[in-house]
Ligand binder design. Structure first.
Ligand SMILES: CC(=O)SCCNC(=O)CCNC(=O)[C@H](O)C(C)(C)COP(=O)(O)OP(=O)(O)OC[C@H]1O[C@@H](n2cnc3c(N)ncnc32)[C@H](O)[C@@H]1OP(=O)(O)O
Length: 211
């Protein structure tokens, strides 16, 4: 049972659209959004509430959750830190179609999209995105602000650092450890540990070194 019935969003574009629908699937009432600019398309007819760092922000979001719904890991991290600094109520948004083991732990302000599976004893940090249809197997550890894109598969005991992006349909072999700030390309297959930040692509994945 959620403590509040209402929620505001930080950000209102593609990624937020999915998060808003997940919130509604959890019977939360979406009151509006904060962003730098008003979204002209406004597909969900939401109220524009201004920017999140004005002096009235805390007052405006009283008695509601606030969810940082920005795809870029570094911006989502900033917004999550703003929520902590202002002692604002956070929530984990999990689509009802996701399978979450009772022994899994999921941090605040993380979004779990439709048809995800998170298995036994997996631990997921704060402000992560576990995107549509991805699989997080037993005992995986995913650190804060990491995005697991649609269809990616993390086999058992995989450890992924902070601020990583694991591309759509990537596969990470069991037991692999990935450092902070790593990007894995769409469809790539990781068979060895990645110990430094950078971009890895292909099968088996190799570091992408820009010319
Ligand atoms: C709901 C959502 O939409 S969530 C978002 C889901 N999106 C994704 O998963 C996309 C993930 N992004 C990628 O795969 C990107 O291609 C990245 C981040 C790996 C690389 O992007 P860039 O740095 O712009 O690389 P760029 O496109 O210049 O390609 C550089 C080289 O890497 C190769 N390459 C790029 N991506 C991949 C990949 N996924 N697998 C294999 N090779 C790749 C390119 O073919 C190119 O090779 P070349 O130099 O021999 O021609």
């Amino acid at each position: 049972m959620s403590k509040h019935k209402n929620i505001f969003f930080l950000g209102y574009s593609g990624h937020a659209y999915v998060a808003i629908e997940v919130a509604r699937a959890n019977e939360l009432n979406v009151l509006g959004y904060f962003d730098k600019l008003k979204n002209i398309q406004n597909p969900f007819n939401l109220l524009y509430c201004g920017i999140e760092n004005d002096t009235e922000f805390k007052k405006k979001v009283k008695n509601a959750y606030v969810f940082p719904a920005i795809g870029a890991n570094n911006i989502r991290e900033k917004l999550h830190r703003l929520l902590i600094e202002n002692n604002i109520e956070q929530i984990v948004l999990i689509d009802p179609s996701a399978h979450i083991s009772n022994s899994a732990v999921i941090g605040e302000s993380t979004l779990v999209n439709p048809n995800v599976s998170i298995n036994s004893l997996a631990t997921i940090g704060n402000g992560c995105i576990i995107n549509t249809g991805s699989i997080v197997e037993h005992e995986c550890l995913i650190d804060d602000y990491t995005h697991i894109a649609p269809g990616a598969v993390l086999a058992g005991n995989v450890k992924i650092g902070k601020n990583c992006f694991i591309g759509a349909n990537a596969v990470i072999k069991q037991g692999i450890i990935i450092a902070d700030n790593v990007t894995v390309g769409a469809g790539s297959v990781i068979l060895n540990n990645i110990t430094e930040k950078g971009i890895w692509v292909g099968n088996p994945a190799k570091q992408l070194l820009k010319k």
